[in-house]
Write a protein that binds this ligand. Structure first.
Ligand code: BUP
Length: 464
């Protein structure tokens, strides 16, 4: 790094969906070598995947400094049963007061802090009032979700409500039906709701927000935020996506003849349905079996990543028991099922993949958009229904809105319907053409002179 280069301190949060955009952004900066970088690291991580990812990142970029963040114990019986990732966010938040001295002690002196949004309301005052440093957010969801987060406090004040109680009209964006935002916001007592409202109230104090999106993907939401329609005087929004991994070649590490990528290499172009529901969505066994039945009945080739637990370390089930008698034998040769972490970016980039049946995590959607893979959206929780809306209005996928993940007898999505929709999107030329167009726009955005490239330059200029 150049002497006197700005020193950015990154504070990522828990979950691969949070860590990956940080590491991608950091890898892009580190490769350019124009800034010094430190990462506040809370170990051990919740999942094995995060642990391996941190190790690979620090190994690939030895110049990046690690600031160890020892969390205070979270002794709070009222939080029993909370999602382990949300619980970790709370742990990070309740230990955040320790960050001031940690960052103050960094050498060279920190020039700015970039935090995950889940910690925003705690970190912003520390960075700005205690450390007198500029503070930015690297937002890990879409600009539409950012608009919702930013506008939610105004909605609550206007509706004289303390939780989500109806549709939300966001200026410049339009009406968001009550069942699109995170469902849990209807419950004031949930930890997530408290964190979400606190972060939303503080966000206007930030110096800038980096978002893993690009102008052609979310033109209206970005314009509404930047024009101050959502919240007057909103901080600068830098759309710097789609972020791509540059740090590690995971396939090289985990590859071999039996790897999914090697298998894809033997399949015809655009013939494979890739099926994955993210790293922290555990489906009910019955629903998993209906998905299997659907894939089998579709007649398509498929690569399916199955998760049966929220945290990967807990997943000890045998695939053959999960999928049911004879399934693996029946689909042998045309279907590959795995419980292992796959290099999803490499999968979506592969010419054999023709469709992504997805839970609609934002990283997954930006990856699909970047590589022009049409989507069949099956959102589960959190921001995923708002993200499915982005897919639908972008025209690069189909969202069957009544598909839920409740797992109850009435709401189980049956194999026959899954097969029908898979075949429908696989054969939809308009969706396929639009996916290709979006992918070209994504390439343009990050190329020299593209909108995301410019946004990145603008952000870097604030550091000098
Ligand atoms: Br599973 C899996 N390999 O096997 P999202 C995921 N990923 O590379 P999240 C792999 O993890 P929420 C696997 O490419 C994406 O970058 C995937 O992030 C990668 O969803 C990331 O898509 C997952 O944002 O759920 O975090 O699972 O919606 O809660 O963020």
């Amino acid at each position: 790094q150049a002497r006197g280069a700005p020193h950015l301190v990154f504070i990522p949060s828990a979950g691969m969906g949070h860590l990956l955009p940080f590491s991608r952004f950091i890898a892009a900066l580190a490769s350019e070598g124009a800034v010094d970088i430190s990462i506040v690291t809370a170990l051990p991580t919740v999942s094995e995947a995060e642990s391996e990812h941190f190790a690979a990142l620090f190994a690939a970029f030895p110049a990046i400094r690690r600031i160890d963040f020892n969390l205070l114990p979270l002794d709070d019986a009222t939080l029993a049963g909370t999602d382990p990732f949300v619980l970790r966010w709370e742990s990070l938040r309740r230990s955040a007061h320790l960050l001031g001295p940690l960052i103050a002690g960094a050498t060279p002196r920190a020039s700015a802090v970039v935090t995950d949004v889940t910690l925003a309301s705690q970190v912003i005052p520390i960075a700005k009032k205690e450390l007198h440093l500029p503070c930015h957010i690297l937002f890990i969801s879409c600009a539409t979700m950012l608009s919702f987060l930013a506008y939610f406090p105004t909605y609550l004040d206007g509706a004289n409500a303390d939780h989500l109680a109806g549709d939300v009209d966001i200026p410049g964006i339009g009406r968001i039906p009550v069942d699109y935002p995170p469902n849990v916001l209807r419950n004031l007592d949930s930890l997530f709701t408290k964190q979400f409202i606190a972060n939303g109230r503080e966000i206007a104090e930030i110096d800038g927000i980096l978002v893993n999106t690009f102008d052609a993907l979310e033109p209206e939401a970005l314009a509404a935020l930047r024009d101050g329609k959502v919240v007057p005087g909103f901080p600068p929004v830098y759309a710097v996506g789609p972020l791509k991994s540059t740090a590690t070649d995971k396939e090289a590490a985990h590859g071999g003849a039996s790897s999914p990528i090697a298998w894809l290499g033997e399949q015809p172009a655009r013939s494979v349905v890739y099926v994955a529901f993210g790293n922290r969505n555990a489906a009910a066994l019955e629903q998993i079996r209906e998905i299997g039945a659907g894939l089998e009945a579709s007649g398509c080739r498929f690569l399916w990543v199955v998760k049966t637990t929220v945290v990967d370390r807990d997943d000890t089930a045998e695939l053959k028991d999960v999928l049911g008698e004879g399934f693996l034998e029946r689909v042998q040769g045309r279907g590959l099922v795995t419980k292992e972490w796959v290099d999803q970016e490499a999968v979506l980039k592969h010419p054999a993949v023709g469709l992504y049946l997805s839970h609609c995590g934002w990283n997954s959607v930006t990856e699909s958009a970047a590589y022009g893979v049409p989507m069949l959206a099956w959102p589960t929780l959190g921001d995923q229904r708002l993200i499915a809306k982005v897919i639908k209005s972008g025209g690069f996928g189909l969202w069957v809105e009544h598909w839920s993940w409740d797992g109850g007898e009435d709401s189980l999505v049956r194999g026959a319907e899954i097969a029908e929709k898979v075949k429908e999107v696989m054969g939809d030329e308009a969706i396929s053409a639009r996916a290709k167009e979006i992918s070209q726009e994504a390439t343009k955005a990050v190329a020299e002179g593209g909108s995301s490239h410019w946004s990145m330059q603008e952000f870097l200029a604030t550091l000098s």
